[in-house]
Design a binder for this molecule. Structure first.
Ligand code: ATP
Ligand code: LTN
Length: 329
């Protein structure tokens, strides 16, 4: 049987180059060998305050970017989490299998709960909803960036716990599929290279949005933080800024880090950053053109309607199966 893949992206803002290189680009590779479900996880975005009109737009834009980046709706199931009610229902059932202690230990919860004044219950139970997403589809593989590995570990723990409780395989225990840092697993902020590039960063200069115009992209790379040296060399520890830029260059050009280091040896950072800006702008150009085409009225809505129908059939069956196990059906 073909392996199942599930992954989700939050419509919490403009998708970044980190989302693309760390996650979406890998989705496109997997879709031809596996049975893929790609989800715009709008319920996850509600864990922090969102402007309703902006959220509505971001949901559609995220889906357009999925397709523009190469996810084929004829091959993969592309849908919005809230369109399939089984996600919220399964999440409750799994909350009753998860422990508060393990949720409190999640580094993302610790980090976000100190950044927000009113910490909602949703921020704490967020990884359980993620577990519901994954377990509803019996996903074998979950392609995510490095920051999500801990949540995936928790999903595995919950699946194993339930399977042990019922003495049979209720859920497939999923495996993470995370590229190493040198291959895009963690693209760093352009201004603080010790932090991951994040679409919810207050300063837009710290990230490249996939829809940034070419001149903005070139400018942002020009002001990217490097170090006081001038050697283009990969050294995560001592040269985090330059190393991050080299990874981006390598993933956009398909060249090895070594080839890039040799090309820019003695050239200094200025030329390297200028070329990188142009390369990234060129890489994103076809994606941006495709988004424009997909913005015609009704196009993305139709793709998402059809995706929700396919997803609901799979998720509904799994939900009923687990409800029966629990005795609520
Ligand atoms: P936020 O920045 O708002 O917290 P996010 O971009 O981290 O959101 P998602 O949109 O849900 O969160 O992430 C979608 C996918 O992109 C996930 O698989 C995540 O691991 C990956 N991802 C996010 N940021 C990066 C990054 N800087 N480098 C590599 N992968 C990333
Ligand atoms: N929590 C993830 C998004 C996400 C996800 C998922 C990823 C929600 N559900 C299921 C993989 C599988 C994030 O914030 N990046």
């Amino acid at each position: 049987m073909q392996k199942r893949v599930f992954s989700g992206v939050q419509p919490s803002g403009a998708l970044t180059l980190g989302n693309y290189l760390g996650a979406i680009k890998n989705f496109t590779r997997l879709q031809h060998e596996t049975n893929c479900f790609f989800c715009v996880v709008d319920l996850h975005a509600l864990t922090v305050p969102q402007d309703p009109a902006a959220l509505r737009e971001n949901i559609k834009n995220t889906a357009r970017l999925f397709v523009a980046c190469g996810l084929d709706p004829q091959v993969s199931t592309i849908f919005v989490q809230s369109h399939v009610s089984a996600h919220a229902e399964m999440s409750w059932l799994l909350e009753c299998q998860a422990y508060i202690g393990e949720l409190r230990r999640m580094t993302q919860f610790k980090d976000k709960s100190t950044r927000h004044e009113n910490v909602t219950a949703g921020l704490l139970t967020y990884p359980v909803l993620m577990a519901a997403d994954i377990l509803l589809y019996d996903a074998d593989l979950v392609p995510v960036g490095e920051d999500q590995k801990q949540h995936l570990e928790l999903t595995r723990d919950i699946a194993i716990r339930v399977n042990n409780r019922f003495g049979e395989k209720v859920f497939t225990v999923p495996e993470p599929y995370t590229p190493p840092r040198s291959a895009g697993g963690r693209i760093m902020s352009l201004l603080e290279p010790e932090k991951k590039m994040s679409k919810s960063d207050e300063n837009p200069k710290s990230y490249i949005a996939l829809l940034d115009p070419p001149e903005v992209i070139v400018k942002k790379f020009k002001s990217a933080v490097t170090d006081s040296g001038n050697e283009v060399r990969y050294d995560e520890e001592n040269k985090p800024g330059v190393s991050n830029l080299m990874v981006i260059y390598s993933l956009c050009s398909g060249e090895s880090l070594e080839t890039i280091a040799n090309r820019y040896s003695g050239a200094g950072y200025g030329k390297f950053k200028q070329d990188l800006g142009e390369l990234v702008a060129e890489t994103l150009r076809p994606i941006q053109e495709k988004v424009k085409e997909l913005s015609a009225p009704g196009v993305i809505e139709e793709i998402l309607d059809s995706g929700a129908g396919k997803a609901a059939a799979v998720a509904g069956a799994k939900l009923r199966f687990f409800q029966e196990k629990l005795g609520v059906r």
